[in-house]
Design a protein around this ligand. Sequence first.
Ligand SMILES: C[S@@+](CC[C@H](N)C(=O)[O-])C[C@H]1O[C@@H](n2cnc3c(N)ncnc32)[C@H](O)[C@@H]1O
Length: 205
Amino acid sequence: MKDSKDFWDKAAEKYIKTPIKDEATYQQKLAITQEFLRSDSKVLEFGCGSGATAIFHAPYVRHVVATDISDKMIESAKSKAVEAGVKNIAFEQGTLESLKLQNESFDAVLGLNVLHLLEDVDDAIAKVHQILRKDGVFVSSTSLIAEINFAFRWLISGMQLIGLAPYVSRITKNGLISKLMKSGFTIEREWQTSHESVFIVARKI
Ligand SMILES: C[S@@+](CC[C@H](N)C(=O)[O-])C[C@H]1O[C@@H](n2cnc3c(N)ncnc32)[C@H](O)[C@@H]1O
């Protein structure tokens, strides 16, 4: 866990400056997410990174809790929210395990480009299920590491050895869907945005 925090603290400055690779897909994900939010929604985003997504959704909901393992990401996200004049986001450094998150207290949880970075995806999904209200939604966007070509996977392994890449789990789309369903979710939307990435909206039943 400390390795992951150190990695993301170091990577934060560069990550925040990197433009979104596919703006049209990002905008479409924001639009789909909005279909599941209401003006009285309480939303958690874990692994919020630069905070851009939380800042986008905040004006349309009651309250957002935006969290990240990296202090540097949180610092930057906080100042972006101030610049944007958004006042209903509480930023907190931490993880799903370390933060005190009340059971059945959120209407929506967002985990964008983060599930594949977690060492225990099952635990994370179970925690998300626990903190969501009944009928609440879990919106995730996940890199399908198992689908990435063999040479690139080797490159990632090499980079991990020298601290230039974070831990990643070899998750598949069907594997992720099956974990969500086993944990008590139904799948509302499933959009494979590319060969190597899947966007899912799952509802707690
Ligand atoms: C690839 S970035 C994605 C950031 C943002 N969600 C986005 O879509 O642009 C992954 C983010 O997850 C954070 N992260 C990594 N491991 C985490 C964990 N165990 N708990 C919470 N955040 C984590 C990193 O610090 C980083 O900000």
